[in-house]
Every structure is written in C-alpha cells, then in structure tokens.
Ligand binder design. Structure first.
Ligand SMILES: Nc1ncnc2c1ncn2[C@@H]1O[C@H](COP(=O)(O)OP(=O)(O)OP(=O)(O)O)[C@@H](O)[C@H]1O
Length: 700
C-alpha cells in the first residue's frame, strides 16, 4: 500500500491513511509550509494505530535510514511507559503526543521530535475496576530475569498494591515478555546507556515498594498523626533511592510550611500520609517518563537546530466520559474542545469565508459550533481554568470553594450545569460530544502539582545521582509559592500546540470506534452514528455536498488539465488564466457554469466534475501509453533490422572477397531479396509524433 499511494494526491485513489500521508509529503516537498495531521476520536477508536501507520509510511518513502529505525523504535517504549489497559481500550495512551518529522530538501527524513502532553499521573496510585497501571510495570516483572529481579528487589505482580487495585493484572492478547524485549531493544537502538536503563528500573521498583508502605495512626503533641510501619519495603526504598531515612520518614508523615518566613512543622493523619506517599510516587514516575522522552528526542532530533518544515502528527487522548470523571477528564476534554474548534474553523468558518473572499455565489450553512464551551473553559478573563488556578493559589482554597465560585460565575451559562445539591461536589459541562459531570473533590490537590519542601529536601540530600538529576529544575528553583499550577501549564502548552497547528496546513483524520466491546469486525450502528454526529462529520458532509470540496488555483488547474485541450500552453505563459480554465471546463465538461464556479483566484469544483476531468486525463494517459508502447516496439524492431542489414552487408563483403564470382551472384541475389523484404516491412518512424507524446506525458 505504501507503494500504491506514495506518489498519489488525495482523491486519486480510494480514501486511505496513506493518501493523507502522501499528500502531506508532496506538499512539504513543494512548499515550505509545515503540514499537520490531526487524528481525533474516542478512546479506543484507533488514533495511536493510525499514528504508527503514518510514521511508518513516512519513514518508508525513502531508503530506511538508521534514524528512521530510531524514530520507529521510540514507539514501543512510549507505549510501555505511557499506555495502559482501560475499560475502553486495552492499549490506551494516557498522554497526548505531537510527533514532528523533519525533511531535508530532497525529501529525506532529517530528524524528528516528540512533544508530550499531560501524562495521567493518578493511574500510578489507583486504577478503576478492570483497568491496570502502566504496561511497563507488568512487562518488566514478566520480562526481567530472576537475577535482575533479585538485584532490583522485585517479586511478582500480585505482590504490589499499585498494580492490582483495578482487580486485573493481565491483559488479553499481550505478550509481556515479548513486549519487554521490544522495549529493551528500543532503548538500545535509541542509545540509552546500560546504566541509565538500570537506574530507570530501580526507580520503577522503588515506586512499587512505595505503594506497599503502610501506616499506623498515632497521637503526637495531642494531635492525630501517623507513623510508617517498619517493613522490608522501607529498607528496599531507602536502598534504591539512597535517601536519608529520617528525612524520608518525615516527608511521609509530616508537613512543613513557611508562615511569615517561619518554618512550621505539623504531623499529618494516616490518610494524608498516604496522599504524601502517592504524590511522591506519581511525581517520580512522571519525571522518569519525561526523562525518557528527553533522551529519545536528543537522539531523533538528529541535532537539528533550525526549525525546518515538518509533518506533525497529533495523537492526543480522545474525549472521555466515565461513570466518574475528575480533573484529568476535564483536561482531556478541554484539549478535545480545542481540536474540535480547530476543525470547525477549518471546515466551516474558513471554508465559508473563502467563498466570500473569492466572490462566488454561496448561501451560508448552519453548523454546530463549540466556541462557547471553549470560552467557558479557557477563554476570556474568567473561565473554569482560571477559577481552578485562583482557588489553588488561595491559601485556604479548597474543592468546595471552587465549586461555589464556578457556580457563582457560570450558573447562567448554557453549557454549564451546576451541582444538584450543595453537598455534592460536582459540576457539569455540555461538551460538543455530550454532557460530562465532573467530581470536583481532589481538583485543588491535583492542580497544585508541586512537591512539598519535605520531599525536595529528601531528593536534595539523597545519594542517587540519577534521581537528583530528574529534579534539577525543582531543586534549582528558589522562588517558593510562585510555581505555575498544573492547569495553567497545561493550558499554556495547549495554546502553544494550537499556535503550531494554526501555522500548518491541516489534514484531519477522524477515527470512529465501531463498538464498545473491544472486538474486531463488530459495527454498532447507533454508536457509529453518534460519533459521526458529534464529530461534525454529518455537517461536514453537508457542507462538502453543497460546497465545492475541490479547488485549484488557476495555475494548478491549467497545469493539470491543459493536456485535455490540445493547444493549451503551459500555465505560466497564459495571461488570462481564468479564461483558459473556463475553456478547459467548457470543452471537457460541456457545460458553461452551474456546478462549478470561478472565483477571483481559484476554480471551485464538485467531486463529480473533478471525477470527469480525472477520468478524461486517465484515458488520455492510457491511450498515450499504448501509442508510446507501439512506437517503442517499432523502434526496437527497426534497431533489430538495422543489425540484420549490417550483417547482410558483412556477409556480402565476405562473399565478394572470397568466393568465385558465379557463386557470389547467386548469393547476392538472395541477399538483395532479403534486404528488400526487410525494407518493405520497416515501419515509418514518426519521431516527431513520438516526441510530442513524450512531452504530453511529461506535462501530465
Ligand atoms: N487500523 C487498525 N487496524 C487494526 N486494529 C486497529 C486499528 N486501529 C485500532 N485498532 C484496534 O483498536 C485498538 C485501539 O486503538 P488505539 O489504541 O489506536 O486507540 P486510540 O484512539 O489511540 O485510543 P486512546 O485514546 O485510548 O489512546 C488497538 O489496540 C487495536 O486493537
């Protein structure tokens, strides 16, 4: 299929992912504008698979270099560390990514870069029923040798609390041992040192042991407090992280605050101590993930310094609506609202604007616009995101306060649904893909996103240099309390992504999920129709049917179809290109106007007219190819005959020289006959005609 689609334009062949890949590749070779392919759809609809296929396609267009191998081998690593089994998808990406592939002037892959967005950290500490933690933990425990496990102080999956609170530890159809081999070989291809690989596994092991730490409730200074239960896990963690025991235990069970410049230390309850422990585990994991991506980028960027035109592929978490939705779902759905608006802008708003700009006859169509909900979430001065941020910064801010404030500001908003009762900490948002109710409890804590001073102290004084290096940024930051909250960091990174997408020529791939039972070849009609509706595909079909899906600048149009009207000069030699385009349409489509329109700089066509033009062009090519073949054969025949004649002449000479005159006359007569017969069969070579055909084919 790569070969079938590699040189084709969109529409030349039936729709295919590779048609989009090929078109974006051709665009980037012709033009310096970046191209982006936005893949969207629900969780489990096929975004990641599509991304992999596209990256492979682009890597296979030219001879596959070791750089391409490196880009491709990043994938199993990312999937192991960033994907997990969920109820919707056995290989669900729990982070968003934007893969950019850079090309040199000859169209060869010159480098790549993977930007990542919002890894779901909460999965480290707990999973919904039927879900698992990140694949890498199970993969590692199955794939490591006994000796390696002993070195890392690891046992089996069912021993770790963090790995089994979704009640499943296996994933159907996944061969963990084989996956582990792929991860290891990927890490090797991407030049990870043996030492770094060992350090990564050490931290993963430490995270698993952290999850097994338990506490006793105690009373200290007449207050509810907690203490860590002494166990083998504690020793293993101290050993793996090389942290100071006293500091570590304090970070787990105490809280240090700076009030008015004074240090105030207080004890925390057993529950809060669990939150402390999980917070550290989650931060550790997300830092390991960022480290891996940084290393991968170091290699695949191939030391590209200047920004080259690239093809970017966006595979971002799909819209989510679970039985219980939290902060993560709000972030994910916020990203999806952005992408939906980008789609709406390109397909509807810009489309209709272009008709207006080009001065063609057009009746504006209605379409579903999600701009309002996007503004509610992240636009203007006050929006849901800024309220979350403000509440987090507020010293006494909490989830209840957040709920009250969102209610105060947005109760009138038609996309906002307040909680049914004050006791219920929730609000609802009417997204383009449906209503989602969010449980607000935990929002503020999740948004805080900063390690306490106690944990930073643990890292600062530890003997594990690798661990320390992961926290360089935090350790060097001196400004306390001015850290950007998670939601603001995320909002900023999304805005940067959107700016990148806006600067590119976009393609959209909408993945439709066929069923909710993770089965092949089962098409749930209602489910598919719902997605077609809310993704705006029905509206898209409407605008495409009423509008003009095919458009060419007059220059492009003439270059492509002038072959159909003999005598039409090349586009650059034509002054009145609109007139020339009209002439082509009249003579091929046999209609003056109507279903196609002539704008100021472009011609706008319906698909059926484009199909006629394309099929006429195809027919002409086939005819020309046959004539060319015929002439080529004739040409070969002539060459052969020339050789025979030459041979005859040689024989003539031979006989003249060596044979008696009488014999010679007999033979000569025979050869003259041969010569004559050869000449009479000879084809007339109309080289001029042949040349013309070749020129026409070249033009095509
Ligand atoms: N083109 C395809 N060919 C075969 N199977 C596919 C294809 N696309 C998706 N699938 C199947 O669907 C599953 C889910 O696809 P994928 O992981 O790409 O979904 P996703 O949209 O990226 O989901 P998420 O948002 O949860 O990451 C795959 O593991 C695979 O089993």
């Amino acid at each position: 299929m790569v070969n079938t689609y590699r040189e084709k334009r969109i529409g030349d062949l039936p729709p295919h992912l590779y048609a989009i890949g090929a078109q974006s590749y051709q665009n980037i070779k012709l033009d310096s504008q970046g191209q982006c392919i936005i893949i969207s759809g629900e969780s489990g609809a096929g975004k990641t698979e599509s991304t992999k296929l596209l990256v492979n396609f682009l890597a296979n267009l030219n001879e596959r270099s070791s750089l391409c191998e490196q880009i491709i081998s990043a994938n199993p690593i990312l999937e192991a560390f960033g994907n997990a089994k969920t109820t919707k998808n056995d290989n669900s990406s729990r982070f968003g990514k934007y893969v950019e592939i850079y090309f040199d002037n000859c169209g060869k892959v010159e480098g790549a870069c993977i930007n990542h967005y919002l890894l779901e950290k909460a999965r480290i500490k707990s999973q919904n029923i039927g879900e698992r933690n990140y694949h890498i933990f199970y993969t590692m425990l199955e794939g490591l040798s006994q000796q390696e496990k002993a070195q890392l102080k690891l046992s089996t999956t069912c021993h770790y609390h963090y790995l089994k609170n979704g009640s499943v530890i296996t994933c159907e159809g996944r061969d963990e041992t084989q996956e582990f081999e792929q991860v290891k070989s990927g890490l090797k291809t991407l030049n990870f040192s043996q030492k770094d690989i060992l350090e990564i596994f050490k931290l993963l092991s430490a995270i698993l042991h952290l999850g097994n730490l338990t506490y006793n409730s105690i009373t200290a200074d007449n207050m509810e407090a907690s203490e860590v239960v002494q166990c083998e896990h504690l020793d293993v963690i101290l050993n793996l992280l090389q942290v100071v025991k006293k500091d570590f235990l304090e970070a787990l069970t105490q809280k240090t605050m700076f009030i008015g410049g004074n240090k105030v230390v207080s004890h925390v309850s057993k529950d809060q101590a669990c939150v402390n422990r999980d917070g550290f585990s989650m931060t550790l994991y997300s830092h390991v993930f960022s480290f891996i991506l940084k290393q991968i980028n170091k290699i695949i960027s191939n030391q590209i310094t200047s920004r080259k035109p690239s093809i970017g592929i966006l595979d971002i978490f799909g819209f989510e609506n679970f039985a219980s939705n939290s902060f993560e779902q709000l972030c994910i759905n916020f990203a999806n609202e952005h992408l939906q608006q980008f789609f709406v802008e390109h397909i509807f708003k810009l489309e209709q604007e272009e008709y207006l700009k080009e001065g063609i006859k057009w009746q504006n169509l209605e379409f579903r616009d999600n701009e309002e909900v996007l503004v509610l979430l992240g636009g203007g001065q006050i929006n849901v995101m800024t309220l979350i941020d403000d509440e987090t910064k507020f010293p006494k801010g909490d989830d209840k306060g957040l709920m009250v404030r969102t209610h105060q500001h947005f109760v009138q908003h038609k996309s906002f649904l307040p909680s049914k009762s004050e006791a219920k900490l929730e609000f609802g948002i009417r997204h383009y893909a449906g209503l989602v109710r969010y449980r607000v409890d935990g929002f503020i804590e999740k948004n805080r996103n900063s390690l306490s001073a106690d944990w930073l102290n643990v890292v600062k004084t530890c003997g594990n240099e690798f661990l320390k290096s992961l926290f360089t940024k935090e350790l060097s930051s001196t400004a306390k309390g001015s850290k950007t909250s998670l939601i603001m960091q995320y909002k900023l990174s999304l805005e940067m992504l959107m700016a990148t997408l806006h600067s590119c020529n976009p393609f959209f791939i909408r993945c439709i999920k066929p069923n909710n039972i993770k089965k092949a070849s089962v098409f749930n009609h209602i489910l598919c129709c719902q997605q077609l509706q809310y993704l705006g595909i029905m509206d898209t079909a409407k605008i495409r049917r009423a509008g003009y899906p095919i458009r060419y600048s007059y220059f492009e149009f003439i270059q492509r179809y002038r072959i159909l009207v003999p005598g039409t000069p090349p586009a650059h030699k034509i002054q009145n290109s609109k007139g020339a385009a009209k002439k082509i349409c009249q003579s091929v489509l046999h209609v003056e106007s109507g279903d196609f329109q002539f704008g100021i700089t472009k011609i706008f066509l319906k698909l059926h007219h484009c199909n006629i033009l394309e099929s006429e062009r195809e027919k002409l090519f086939t005819k020309s190819a046959i004539i060319l073949q015929r002439y080529f054969r004739a040409f070969l025949r002539k060459k052969r005959m020339e050789k025979m004649l030459n041979a005859a002449k040689v024989i003539q000479r031979y006989w003249r020289a060596y044979k008696p005159r009488r014999d010679y006359i007999v033979i000569q007569r025979g050869y003259l006959r041969l010569q004559a017969s050869i000449r009479s069969r000879q084809v007339t070579h109309k080289f001029k005609k042949l040349k013309n055909i070749i020129i026409r084919l070249q033009v095509g």
